[in-house]
Ligand binder design. Sequence first.
Ligand SMILES: Nc1nc2c(ncn2[C@@H]2O[C@H](COP(=O)(O)OP(=O)(O)OP(=O)(O)O)[C@@H](O)[C@H]2O)c(=O)[nH]1
Ligand SMILES: [Mg+2]
Length: 333
Amino acid sequence: VPVRSSEILSGNVRAAARLMRDLDDEVPAAIRTLKSLYRHTGRAYILGVTGAPGSGKSTLVNRIVARFRSEGRQVGIVAIDPTSPYSGGAILGDRIRMQQHALDDGVFIKSLATRGHLGGLSRSTIDIVNVMDAMGKDVILIETVGVGQDEVEIVKVAHTNLVVVVPGLGDDIQAIKAGILEIADIFVINKADRDGADKTRREIETMIAMGGYDDAEWVPPVVSTVAVNDDGTGLLCEAVERHRVYVYQEPNIAKYRHEKARVELFEIMKTRLLEKAVADLERHRVLEPLLAGMAEKRTDPYSICEKVVDQSFAFRFLEGGRRRQKEGRKGGR
Ligand SMILES: Nc1nc2c(ncn2[C@@H]2O[C@H](COP(=O)(O)OP(=O)(O)OP(=O)(O)O)[C@@H](O)[C@H]2O)c(=O)[nH]1
Ligand SMILES: [Mg+2]
């Protein structure tokens, strides 16, 4: 029995878990449910938490969630498991650290494995966020290591993004500098109990000072925390609240909604168009010959893609034209 959208809208946890499983399995009925849920999304506040493996994201998420819960807010958490083999232990640790909230039915937790979502990780994340939104979650947190193009897209669906760094990352900050200012609405220096926290703060502040922000623009604040001891997390939540107020002002919120729509559409198009092109090539039994041709360097992927794109679009426009003609004739009779 497919999950009905009314079950999701009433906040049914079991139905939501089942719908998310069906989406993983690409059950067509699950997509139909998503379609009817879409117009009920856009109410939740989405908070992204990005940072290197082991930087303390889950511990921070736990602290932030506790504060939202104390205000009576319904919370959703999407945890994207890091791929790094070094944090194998931390993945299990996640479950333990989040267990505090796992027994709280005001908190819905969904873990997503990076594996098995090749090319579709951001789409899967967006689908899950939208289901939680439709369930009536007030706040949705997305924890991600934020490396790779896919995850850079994910952060665009958040209203606010925290970038978590730990002391002693001097060189890393240099390395991540390029994209980090665009992502970060708030910098969190977690593990501030460690040596080098002041130096890291100065480095980040220098980077922000050189960021060339306009007067009206949001300048990311830097907040130091010791998440394990709940130190600084109150100040962090105040900074989050200030950014929430900022992002919900016009024209910021209109810009955000537009950008979120773009990411949602493009992520679905990316997978759907690829699936369709591959299916077409297979149906006409040309995929394998084309790949063989590439392997033997008789052809190249750009030329093949140009043909695929040109022909499938031309074909569809032709189809549409014929249908319009037919309908026109019918109408004339
Ligand atoms: N000293 C210190 N340790 C911390 C702090 N915050 C978290 N930790 C510890 O750092 C380790 C990793 O914390 P997690 O919250 O799992 O980090 P994470 O970023 O979620 O890790 P992944 O999900 O594996 O990327 C745990 O052992 C935490 O107890 C802190 O402020 N100070
Ligand atoms: Mg974690």
